[in-house]
Design a protein around this ligand. Sequence first.
Ligand code: 13P
Ligand code: SF4
Length: 305
Amino acid sequence: MDLKQEILRLKKEKNAVILTHCYQDVEIDDVSDYVGDSLYLSRVAAKTDAKIIVFAGVYFMAQSAKLLSPNKKVLLPNINSGCLMSDMIDVDNLRQFKSKHPNTPVVCYVNSTAEVKAECDICCTSSNAIEIVKSLNAKQVLFVPDTYLGKWVETKLPDIEVITFNGFCPTHLRIRTTDIEEARREYPEALILAHPECHTEISKLADFVGSTKEIMDFAVKSDKKQFVIATELGVVQRLNRDSKLNNWGKEFILINQNITCPNMKQNTLEDIYNVLLNETNEITIPEEVRKKAVSSIEKMLKVGN
Ligand code: 13P
Ligand code: SF4
């Protein structure tokens, strides 16, 4: 059986779309309708009129699609594909954190569960975190769960104090300052592009810091030819593929060969085929949680739309 052909056939038969995060295995792109970062995919999920959304990403991403499209069937290819950062905060931790800083607005990175989103004022992704924090017009803002993204935002908005929860991404924290030093020695002509989930020291040393999409856009527009990428392997693979296809003559190097997100990589073509065929691994969210959580995502989508 040709798995890719079968997926394409089932997609048509069932009026389904496949949304794929750019940290997924690159071969999943061959069956996907949309590939991108979490903000882009949330916008697509809110607008699609397909009956089924297969979300090739991690659990919170599929949950966000369900929040925005409650009448659609949202399927996660591998139900164990969670985000370690999003699991670092639950409602109890969040309430404790909020109780220490009463009357302070709470910004919630989209890498969080629906229950956590339901207790926050507004969501953000790494693409729009600065814009969202700024939009609150507050002197002090609470930011959960990623301490490094929150602290990076603070450096960009010096008049605002960003008080962060102590969550982090284990994959991005594997990038060390010694990796940057080595990359500078080995590729002196290259620009180093980093994700804001990296440690603050890495963001300080990089030439550019941005979300996955911002990194990709920057690399495409730049007139430089070589780039060291300080985020997940999938971004590097897609950039090298596109450079070859479009004759950009650009080279993209992963900062350290260990920078893969094991959870993102759990979804396989076979899992996608199985969930499409059997309509299993459906995401469900209790309606009272959904109503509160969706408002924080909708508020986010309105800012800068
Ligand atoms: P983006 O918002 O850049 O897609 O990143 C999501 C993510 O999980 C990064 O680790
Ligand atoms: Fe979560 Fe980190 Fe994986 Fe992104 S890379 S999904 S933040 S564990």
